[in-house]
Design a protein around this ligand. Structure first.
Ligand code: HEC
Ligand SMILES: [Cu+2]
Length: 383
């Protein structure tokens, strides 16, 4: 009926085609979980209908006109009572056995699984591929088990990949883990389509719009990954994508591409990329608005007030220190909640970020003339 829903119904954004009860099934868990879901739902419906029917039927059959005295003539029917107690218990035991088996499957990581680190934070995800490669997209290999070692830098989050039927809480102060084995590789869109999207993105200010394109900026279609534990104001924005590569070569090529700055790339441009990829964006705006942390328009080159009452100028060393040791100098008006990036950003990464901050700071010597003035909300934090 609806071939295309209006864009305003963004909640239903993915349902532009036909409706299906379940999301796409793309891991070895999917069939088991869907079957179990169907099994439990069917039993519930099969019991619900006769019970509700009897409820209404008996209420009608045994009702008494108003004012008449109520009588109690309840008596026993032992065979009937045994039957309705014992028969359903078989179904309950069945649900438990199948459920426990599925749970144990999800908890038992096969030997030799690939391992990827996950850091959840308000409000985003960082995946650690080892060797200093971090990215907000989850990239996997088809038909290979992958284990995620997960930690949170603030509150409880929960990682959910509907297409894999896999979900696990990420709890601060401890590691948690989950695993799955993707069975469907992500398709790649045509080079023309990708070029078109890249050009449109460039024209619109450079930020990649996953919702609009439904593929990544490397041209891969993806599965959705959500946070499913309400974790604060921007919980609903805490989404990212899962790409399943067909071959190890393809995956390694992707990892290589994001492992360090191409020597020809402008450091400030690379700094912007890190800002988007490494989660800074979730806490720091570049338009003057206050998020969890101060806007980067007010950082580089400015006088910074600290929680201790002292103040200092945000030079290169201060920016560096703020990223590696965020608690050394806490900006007045903010909570010391920034995670340390020590060991996670290389020297060149830090240099690139500093160069990027210089280009967007309102008072930077070579400031970007197009950046908007800080709004009233953020100026109240200065002082
Ligand atoms: C979880 C939220 C969060 C994330 C993620 C985060 N920051 Fe911060 N950041 C803060 C907060 C809050 C402050 C202010 C308090 C403080 O100084 O520690 C801050 C302060 C800073 C400052 C000092 C700013 C100033 O104007 O004085 C810099 C520089 C900075 N962050 C850089 C970064 C970079 C670069 C990243 C990404 C690699 C990042 N932050 C990621 C929350 C965050
Ligand atoms: Cu969350």
């Amino acid at each position: 009926m609806f071939t295309k829903l209006p864009a305003s119904l963004s909640l239903l954004g993915d349902y532009t085609g036909s409706f299906d009860w379940f999301p796409e099934s793309a891991s070895t868990f999917s069939n088991d979980i869907d079957w179990l879901f169907g099994f439990i739902s069917t039993i519930c419906i099969l019991f619900f209908i006769p019970i509700v029917f009897c409820l209404f039927y008996f209420a009608y059959k045994y009702h008494k006109p108003k004012g008449e005295k109520a009588e109690s003539n309840a008596s026993h029917n032992t065979p009937l009572e045994l039957a309705w107690s014992i028969l359903p218990s078989f179904f309950l035991v069945g649900m438990f056995v199948f459920g426990a088996k599925a749970y144990l499957d999800h908890r038992t990581v096969p030997d030799g699984a690939n391992e990827i680190g996950v850091q959840a934070f308000k409000w985003g995800w960082t995946f650690d591929y080892g060797g200093g490669v971090f990215n907000p997209e989850l990239h996997l290999l088809v038909d290979e088990p992958t284990k995620l070692s997960m930690r949170s830098s603030d509150v409880i989050h929960s990682l959910f990949i509907p297409a894999f039927r896999a979900k696990k809480d990420v709890v601060p102060g401890r590691y948690n883990y989950m695993w799955f084995m993707p069975t469907v590789a992500s398709e790649k869109v045509s080079q023309e389509r990708l070029d078109e999207a890249l050009a449109a993105t460039e024209a619109a200010g450079g930020e990649w719009d996953y919702d609009r394109w439904q593929f990544t900026k490397d041209g891969y279609k993806f599965f959705d990954l959500y946070c499913t534990e309400y974790c604060g104001k921007d919980h609903s924005m805490m989404q990212t994508v899962v790409v399943v590569h067909e071959s190890l070569d393809d995956l390694n090529a992707w990892i290589e591409k994001y492992s360090k700055r191409d020597p020809n790339m402008d450091p400030a441009e690379y700094g912007k990329q890190l800002y988007e990829q490494r989660g800074c964006k979730g806490c720091h705006s570049i338009d003057g608005s206050k998020r969890v942390g101060p806007s980067f328009t007010e950082s580089f080159g400015n006088q910074r007030p600290f929680a201790t009452g002292e103040a200092g100028v945000a030079d290169e060393n201060y920016i560096r220190e703020s990223i590696l040791y965020p608690k050394a100098k806490v900006v007045a008006g903010y909570q010391p909640v920034m995670p340390s990036y020590k060991g996670q950003l290389s020297d060149d990464d830090l240099y690139s970020i500093v160069e990027y901050l210089k280009t967007i700071s309102e008072y930077a010597p070579e400031g970007d003339a197009t950046s908007s003035p800080a709004d009233a909300e953020s100026s109240e934090t200065v002082n």
